[in-house]
Design a protein around this ligand. Structure first.
Ligand SMILES: [Fe+2]
Ligand SMILES: [Fe+2]
Length: 164
């Protein structure tokens, strides 16, 4: 192992666990059991991919997990957008635009996982390697989107359910 790996590689990042930063719980619920389950699955898999990569997991194993993460995201976004369309949610367009930009980000990360080769981390590798953006993405998805944008439709969804 080179000095570069020690300074910039996975070693230095071992303390950076997603679960130390955020944990799944009721505070993230949008009070729709289907959507909550989807959010939890995305958070769970994203966290798993990141932790696995950080612990030195092989990219060959991680790639299918990243592909699955993208599929979960796509399925969730279309489910959510369809539901919001059904209740006539007024901010749907802006909400869907956020989904699209997250999917574009996801696509870039996937590319990274597919083109990166094991053992090619160098100086600055922790930021260039494919696993690091996954953590930022999971946090962005959870705190940036679920906790703000998804929470915003929560009331409209409940109102439509109660027939208000
Ligand atoms: Fe959303
Ligand atoms: Fe969502």
């Amino acid at each position: 192992m080179s000095i570069g790996d020690n300074l910039f590689g996975r070693i230095q990042m071992q303390h950076l666990s997603v679960n130390n930063l955020i944990q799944w719980g009721d505070h993230l619920s949008v009070e729709h059991s289907g959507i909550d389950a989807q959010h939890k699955a995305i958070f769970g898999l994203g966290t798993k991919v990141y932790e696995n990569w950080k612990d030195g997991g092989s990219l060959d194993v991680l790639r299918p997990a990243v592909d699955k993460l993208e599929n979960l995201l796509k399925a969730h976004f279309s489910f959510e957008e369809q539901l919001l369309a059904e209740i006539g949610y007024q901010d749907l367009e802006q909400h869907a635009a956020e989904h699209r930009s997250m999917l574009a980000e996801m696509e870039m990360m996937k590319e990274r996982f597919h083109t990166f080769k094991d053992g090619h981390e160098s100086v600055g590798g922790s930021l260039l390697a494919p696993g690091w953006p996954i953590m930022q993405f999971v946090l962005g998805f959870t705190i940036g989107h679920v906790m703000s944008s998804d929470m915003s439709y929560c009331r409209a969804l409940a109102a439509s359910r109660d027939g208000v």
